[in-house]
Design a protein around this ligand. Structure first.
Ligand code: GRF
Length: 209
């Protein structure tokens, strides 16, 4: 993204379909001054997503743009317009369970970020935790990346490994992955908000690292 101007604080849209624990972690980090950005709007494709309630409880603007499988392009255009209405610099996918196409991504080029519960490129897709358990891997983890037109793909901002214990269930593993996500995502949003990320040939360079 462009260098953060001294006059303008980075404005973030958070897109979430589910429980919103990453949204909460991000807003807590903003409140505590660990992220140099403000959450301008929270948008969900699921009208009764708990993430929307958690946003409203925190005094944030929360909007549903219900997914419409009969008009996917129209839905995506409405979603993009809703985000744009809030004059947003950065879009954070925090458990957003829809694939965004080129029309959306072109409006925030290199400025859409996703958190995924695996060490990409392993275990792309909607059930990364279940797939990791089924594969019997000893190590999985968390990836935060910029979003391109492929699913769970794009320049990697940060990754952190999480050991898989022999007796792990989906729940126990997910708890440890979430704890990492809640630290890594705010850190990456802060880097982007401060203009500290450069991308060349698909690779991320963090300035001043
Ligand atoms: C997270 O595990 C994230 O990696 C994945 O979806 C989950 C969202 O969890 N993309 P939450 O809604 O933030 O609690």
């Amino acid at each position: 993204m462009a260098d953060a101007s001294p006059e303008r604080r980075c404005r973030v849209a958070v897109l979430a379909s589910g429980s919103g624990s990453n949204l909460v972690a991000l807003t807590d980090a903003v409140r505590d001054g660990r992220v140099a950005a403000d959450v301008a709007v929270v948008v969900s494709d699921v009208p009764d997503a708990p993430a929307l309630d958690r946003a409203r409880e925190r005094g944030l603007t929360a909007v549903a743009v219900p997914f419409d499988r009969t008009d996917r392009a129209g839905w995506e255009a409405r979603l993009a317009d809703t985000v744009a209405d809030h004059d947003v610099d950065l879009v954070v996918l925090a458990g957003f369970m829809r694939i965004l196409g080129g029309a959306f991504l072109a409006r925030w080029p290199g400025r859409v970020v996703n958190v995924h519960p695996s060490l990409l490129p392993a275990f792309r897709g909607a059930d990364a935790v279940g797939d990791a358990l089924a594969a019997g891997v000893h190590v999985t983890g968390v990836t935060v990346h910029l979003v391109d037109e492929l699913v769970d793909h794009g320049p990697i901002l940060a990754q952190e490994a999480v050991d898989v214990a022999p007796d792990d269930t989906r729940g126990t593993l997910l708890d440890r992955l979430h704890a990492v996500e809640h630290r890594l995502l705010p850190h990456c949003v802060d880097l982007l908000a401060r203009g500290r990320v450069r991308v060349a040939e698909g690779r991320v360079q963090v300035l001043g690292a």
